[in-house]
Ligand binder design. Structure first.
Ligand code: SF4
Ligand code: MG
Length: 319
């Protein structure tokens, strides 16, 4: 059967605030799933805690609403056990770049085949607007009694140095563009981080829809604040993953592009490379994994005798 966008919608009550950027991201996720014709029974969406954590409730596929900052380990377990699953992780900036940042870094090192979509609104929306790790120093959205005392982290630079093999940024109200980025992140074989600029109209009165939509002064005159990478000559894809010089050049280019200080904020794909995934590396130790996913191995025969060599499998995970 062919799946339409509405096939990925559920009847669960949605209590996100009116105008929240989460709606744009949810729509883009459902549109991406429809474009890719993902089978709901072979697709799993994992989330952590926060407003964005409710997303799996609204997507008709398997969904797990996990613990604060722990969506990536749950998703990793599912992907390792059953590589046939399409695994998508969603979560907020507080969830993924704050309490969950260790898991973020280590999922980059593993290059597990996951797409991680981060709803980046620079605040902890669910708990009434405290400063999240991406809020710039000196910014004072309405819930803060004083301007933010901490510097913001740069999630794209962090992901690049952590080893993510696909790195992009989108904007929640650019739903069609975001759909395309989500499709690319899911199609990428390896760890993909898609940071999404997401207005929180209730608690972040600085990075609003109007802020992202306004024009800013540049050397070339007034231009929209959001800059699509297609507007400039930029190719983040490593064409030959065996070419160390090309990898170094493209990494350096991506790092420079995501850390450049400028009025405009670029969206698009900054870096992309095909490298062996964690599952590929694991299959080198556990050759049976290629033929049969761990989750599908019989653990006992008809008489109840053990059928899988669990000890051998566990040894395969030794680090
Ligand atoms: Fe969206 Fe902010 Fe409301 Fe949460 S608090 S639902 S992020 S607008
Ligand atoms: Mg947040």
């Amino acid at each position: 059967m062919a799946y339409s966008v509405s096939d990925y919608k559920t009847d669960a009550h949605n209590d996100w605030c009116p105008g929240c950027g989460d709606f744009g991201i949810l729509n883009a996720v459902q549109m991406a799933f429809a474009e890719m014709q993902l089978e709901p029974h072979n697709t799993m969406v994992f989330s952590g805690i926060g407003c964005s954590g409710k997303t799996p409730h609204f997507v008709k596929a398997f969904g797990v609403h996990t613990l604060h900052g722990r969506s990536v380990p749950f998703a990793s377990g599912a992907k390792i056990a059953n590589p046939d699953l399409e695994v998508v992780v969603v979560g907020g900036d507080g969830d993924g770049y704050g309490i969950g940042v260790g898991h973020l870094v280590n999922s980059g090192r593993r290059n597990l085949d996951l797409a991680y979509v981060v709803f980046n609104n620079a605040v902890y929306g669910l708990t009434k607007g405290q400063a999240a790790p991406t809020l710039p120093r000196g910014a004072q959205p309405k819930s803060l009694p004083l301007p933010n005392i901490n510097d913001a982290i740069n999630p794209l630079a962090l992901a690049l140095t952590a080893g993510f093999t696909w790195i992009g940024r989108g904007y929640a109200y650019d739903v069609k563009g975001l759909r395309g980025l989500i499709v690319r992140a899911i199609r990428h074989r390896g760890a993909a981080l898609l940071d999404v600029l997401q207005p929180c109209p209730t608690y972040n009165d600085i990075h609003t829809k109007e802020f992202w939509g306004e024009k800013v002064q540049t050397e070339r005159g007034e231009l929209p604040r959001i800059l699509r990478l297609g507007e400039e000559e930029y190719d983040g894809r490593v064409s030959d993953p065996g070419d160390i010089a090309e990898i170094a050049t493209k990494r350096q280019q991506a790092f420079e592009r995501v850390t450049r200080i400028e009025e405009r904020t670029p969206i698009g794909v900054f870096f992309e490379i095909d490298l062996p995934t964690f599952t590929d590396r694991l299959a080198g130790r556990l050759p049976g994994m290629k033929e049969q996913a761990l989750a599908k191995m019989p653990i006992a025969g008809a008489e109840g005798a053990p059928a899988a060599d669990i000890g051998h499998i566990v040894e395969g995970f030794a680090v």
